[in-house]
Design a protein around this ligand. Structure first.
Ligand code: AMP
Length: 219
């Protein structure tokens, strides 16, 4: 068992899951006037839902909770809150995943109060039911065992953070100035259950950036 269970998500899965989500929304009869993408994780599914549901109006709001891959911050914050008149409109707020749910609750409460829409519903690709503070109106997959979904739009960022976490927390590497690449690759698989080859060019680029940022030589 890896220390951090990770599911490496492909672009094809994103399209398939977003289509599955769109079908649930259509079957429910809900016809949103506009979609609100929660930045940054909701952008790609929100854009796909615009296409799949024939929706023209797409807005965004940035709510942030997880500052580092697989590590939650104390609480979510709303970056750049703004007001827009949504009276008389039905909205669909879209994000990638409800984990704790903090991010979406904050965004939803703010939108309801400040934008005053007629109705607001929430749609996500994944819902981690045992830990989430609420159940979204629409989800494609209910996740019963906590997993970090490594979505394709955050692959370089996550891979760097995964490596940095090993360098920080793994006793075998702590404080080292030079590390054998093969040792790091084996540790990466132990920690996350992913073989670096599966990451292709992202792995090479992440290694290059991490060694630049940390002054650790990977040989
Ligand atoms: P939360 O407020 O805990 O529901 O999560 C906020 C955001 O952090 C999500 O919209 C994702 O972008 C990211 N995130 C949280 N948990 C996960 C996870 N298990 N896998 C992938 N991304 C996650």
């Amino acid at each position: 068992m890896p220390r951090v269970p990770v599911k490496l998500v492909s672009w094809d899965e994103i399209v398939e899951w977003s289509w599955g989500l769109a079908k649930k929304i259509m079957e429910s009869g809900y016809k949103p006037d506009a979609i609100v993408a929660v930045a940054r994780g909701g952008y790609v599914p929100a854009r796909l839902l615009c296409d799949f549901l024939d929706i023209n109006d797409l807005l965004s709001i940035q709510s942030q909770h997880w500052v580092e891959a697989a590590k939650a911050a104390e609480r979510a914050i709303l970056k750049y809150p703004y007001k827009v008149d949504m009276k008389g409109k039905r909205l669909l707020i879209v994000d990638d995943i409800v984990d704790t749910g903090e991010t979406l609750l904050l965004a939803r409460d703010y939108i309801k109060k400040a934008w005053e829409p007629d109705e607001v519903r929430i749609a996500v690709l994944q819902w981690i039911s045992p830990v989430a503070k609420f159940k979204p109106d629409y989800y494609h997959i209910e996740v019963k065992d906590w997993t970090w979904f490594q979505y394709p739009w955050t692959r370089l960022e996550d891979t760097q953070q995964f490596i940095q976490r090993i360098l920080r927390e793994d006793e075998r590497f702590k404080g080292k100035k030079e590390i054998a690449r093969s040792d790091l690759e084996n540790a990466f698989e132990e920690w996350y259950g992913i073989r670096p080859e599966e990451l292709g060019w992202y792995w090479e680029e992440a290694l290059r950036r991490v060694s630049g940022k940390t002054n650790v030589k990977i040989v």
